[in-house]
Design a protein around this ligand. Structure first.
Ligand SMILES: [Fe+2]
Length: 317
C-alpha cells in the first residue's frame, strides 16, 4: 500500500517512519520554499539574460546551453544564501537541526525532446539513490522551480519498494565516483560514459506514480524508492532543486528503509552537514558504513568552481 500524504502535519519522527516504509509526502508551496525557488530563479535568469530559461534550449546549440547551465550548478551550491535557505526550510518542517544533517542542494535541469540527456542534463534511469552509496536512511527533498507538467516530472515505481531489482550497485564505489565520474559531467554532451549502477533486468515502469505539485512544492521520499526522470516531452526545460537529509539516530543505528538490493561500497555520509552549524558527522559513526578499503582522495564530493571554469573550455572548444 502506498500513500501520498499531502501537507501532512505529523511530526518529523512519524514522517521519517512513514518515509522508511515507502510512503511519499508532498507539500504545497509555503514561504520558506518559495524563498528558495525565488533565489534559484534569480540565478537562472541572470545566467540566461533575456531568454526564458524554459525555452532557451530552442534558441541555442546544445554546447551553448551546457556552457550556461554547467557553471550554474556549482554556483548554486556555493552561493552564500543557498544553505541558509535550506536550513530555513528544515526548521519550517520541524526537523531538529541538531540531529538532521543535509548535503549540498543540487540544481538540475532536464531539457525537452531529447535535446540534452547526458552529462549535466543526465536523465536518470530507474534507480534507487542507495545504489549510489546513499545510506538507507537518506531522505530526498525535491522541488520544481517553475510550474511542471506530468510530461516533465519524476516517476516512482512503487511495486519495487519491497522487490529486489538485479542491478550493478555491487560494482559502484562512492569514492571512485567522486574521483572520476562526477567531475567530468560537463564533458558529456552527446553521450554519457560515466559508470552508473543500472538495473540489469527489465523494469516494469508501470504502475508509476508521478507527482505534479506547484513550483515551490516539495516531494519528499526515501532514497530507497525506485525512481526515474520522466523523458521530458513537455516542450520546455524543467529546472528543479533537490537536497538530501539524514537523521543522526538512524545514521547511528544504521537503520532506515529496508535494503532489498543495494550493494555499493563506500558511503556518501561524509557529504552531510549538521543542520545547526554545518559540522560533519562524527567519523567513527560514518566508518561503520565503510566496507572494503578506503580511497582517501574521493571521500567527499567537492564541487569546485575552478574545475567548472576549466571544463567550460573543453565544452565549447
Ligand atoms: Fe535519485
Amino acid at each position: 500500500m502506498h500513500t501520498v500524504y499531502v501537507d501532512s502535519a505529523v511530526n518529523d519522527q512519524v514522517r521519517r517512519e512513514r518515509l522508511y516504509n515507502g510512503q511519499i509526502f508532498v507539500f504545497t508551496p509555503r514561504p520558506s520554499t518559495i524563498a528558495l525557488i525565488q533565489h534559484a530563479r534569480k540565478m537562472i535568469a541572470a545566467a540566461f539574460g533575456n531568454l526564458d530559461p524554459r525555452d532557451a534550449q530552442f534558441h541555442m546549440s546544445v554546447e551553448e546551453y551546457v556552457s550556461i547551465v554547467a557553471p550554474l550548478k556549482p554556483q548554486f551550491i556555493h552561493h552564500p544564501e543557498t544553505k541558509g535557505l535550506i536550513q530555513d526550510i528544515l526548521r519550517d518542517f520541524s526537523c531538529d537541526l541538531e540531529k538532521t544533517y543535509l548535503d549540498v542542494p543540487r540544481l538540475r535541469m532536464v531539457t525537452s525532446d531529447g535535446y540534452l540527456t547526458s552529462g549535466v542534463g543526465y536523465a536518470h534511469h530507474p534507480h534507487r539513490d542507495t545504489w549510489y552509496s546513499a545510506p538507507m536512511c537518506q531522505l530526498n527533498w525535491w522541488l520544481p522551480i517553475y510550474e511542471i507538467e506530468t510530461e516533465c516530472s519524476m516517476a516512482f515505481h512503487p511495486r519495487y519498494w519491497n522487490q529486489a531489482v538485479k542491478n550493478e550497485s555491487s560494482s559502484f564505489n562512492y569514492y571512485e565516483w567522486n574521483k572520476s565520474g562526477r567531475k567530468s559531467a560537463a564533458q558529456h554532451i552527446k553521450s554519457d560514459t560515466r559508470k552508473q549502477p543500472h538495473a540489469v533486468e527489465e523494469i516494469e515502469l508501470d504502475p508509476q506514480i508521478r507527482v505534479v505539485c506547484p513550483a515551490g512544492g516539495i516531494v519528499l521520499f526515501s532514497g530507497a524508492q525506485l525512481h526515474s526522470t520522466v523523458p521530458n516531452t513537455s516542450g520546455f526545460s524543467r529546472y528543479s532543486i533537490d537536497f538530501r537529509t539524514v537523521h543522526l539516530d538512524e545514521v547511528t543505528s544504521m537503520s532506515g528503509a529496508p535494503n532489498v538490493d543495494s550493494e555499493p561500497t563506500g558511503t556518501s555520509l561524509r557529504d552531510f552537514m549538521r543542520g545547526s552549524d554545518l559540522c560533519r558527522l562524527p567519523e567513527e559513526i560514518v566508518r561503520q558504513y565503510d566496507q572494503g578499503s578506503l580511497v582517501e582522495e574521493g571521500l567527499i564530493f567537492k564541487p569546485d568552481l575552478g574545475d567548472v571554469e576549466k571544463r567550460q573550455v573543453s565544452v565549447v572548444s
